[in-house]
Design a protein around this ligand. Structure first.
Ligand SMILES: [Mg+2]
Length: 185
């Protein structure tokens, strides 16, 4: 499975949650598959989906799912010890690990070689790290939501992008819509 196929499968689960989605094609895919006001699409700041998601989880009680990528986490590795030492029970970091920088043309990342993000998350202090194969993502995500403890999911899948339109909503509109949805949830 590629990322967009996983997003299609988990869209019904994501619909009721606060979601912070990684910059670029992941956000375009989620937006095209199932746009929701409870989705925050990053249109900038590569690497910071997990940091924004963590901040949001710390400041309100509802479950927050940060959908990140292997390339983005590798760009912001300091996020793992920050999560490991501070994540509250309502935070789930789902790293879609396709072994490539998808949004810039599928150049390979080191997770396709010797680098193990799940091992790095554990070493950084994340207590509940689950390694998931693409087809099992829905069940694993549902389990993480119901367990109500901080979870890092590393979802292994194939490299590749779906052809989706760019998001034409202004970033300010995305932010305002999301903030209203957070306040109402
Ligand atoms: Mg990737």
């Amino acid at each position: 499975m590629i990322r967009s196929e996983i997003l299609k499968e988990i869209a019904p689960i994501l619909r009721d949650q606060l979601v912070v989605c990684n910059i670029g094609i992941p956000s375009q895919e989620l937006h095209a598959i199932d746009d929701q006001p409870t989705n925050f699409y990053m249109l900038g700041t590569m690497g910071l989906a997990s940091s924004i998601g963590l901040g949001l989880a710390l400041t309100q009680p509802k479950t927050v799912i940060a959908i990140d990528g292997d390339g983005s986490v590798l760009t912001n590795l300091g996020t793992l010890p920050t999560i490991g030492n501070n994540a509250p029970d309502n935070f789930i970091l789902m790293i879609v690990d396709n072994g490539s920088y998808g949004s810039t043309g599928d150049q390979p990342t080191y997770t396709g070689k010797k680098t193990d993000l799940a091992g790095m998350a554990r070493a950084a202090g994340c207590d509940n790290v689950v390694e998931v194969q693409d087809v099992d993502t829905g069940a694993a995500l549902q389990k993480a939501i119901s367990e109500k403890k901080p979870t890092v999911m590393v979802v292994k899948c194939d490299s590749g992008n779906a052809k989706m339109p760019v998001i034409t909503m202004d970033p300010v509109v995305i932010k305002d819509r999301f903030m209203k949805a957070v306040a109402a949830s």
